[in-house]
Design a protein around this ligand. Structure first.
Ligand code: ZN
Length: 107
């Protein structure tokens, strides 16, 4: 596998996620509009905030996985299963670039 290409893809994905976290963070914590006085509006806003926060947590989790994958490339164990030491397989890595276990161990 061309690890340089994989690395570039992972770094691009990471940059994308980081800008998403940045945006959602701004949305949640630095909102310009005042909190609505209308109760239903407040509920809606809270639900929206929760969704945004969940998306942010998801993006952060993926960033953590990408960082791990980048480290795995660095130490040259990217294609090796972290559990059984076998090959993860190119197809699986193409589908999930930050997979750290082979299909058998992941199940
Ligand atoms: Zn395995």
């Amino acid at each position: 596998m061309e690890s340089d290409k994989i690395k570039i893809n992972l770094l691009e994905r990471k940059a994308e996620l980081e800008s998403r976290v940045e945006r959602t963070h701004r949305h949640t914590f630095h909102r310009d509009e005042p909190v609505s006085a209308n109760f239903n509006e407040q509920v809606k806003q809270t639900e929206n905030d929760e969704l945004v926060r969940a998306l942010e947590a998801e993006a952060k989790e993926e960033i953590a996985q990408i960082n791990k994958a980048l480290h795995r490339i660095e130490v040259d164990v990217y294609e090796q299963c972290a559990h059984c030491g076998g090959e993860i397989g190119v197809q699986r890595l193409q589908a999930i670039p930050y997979a750290d276990s082979c299909i058998e161990c992941a199940e």
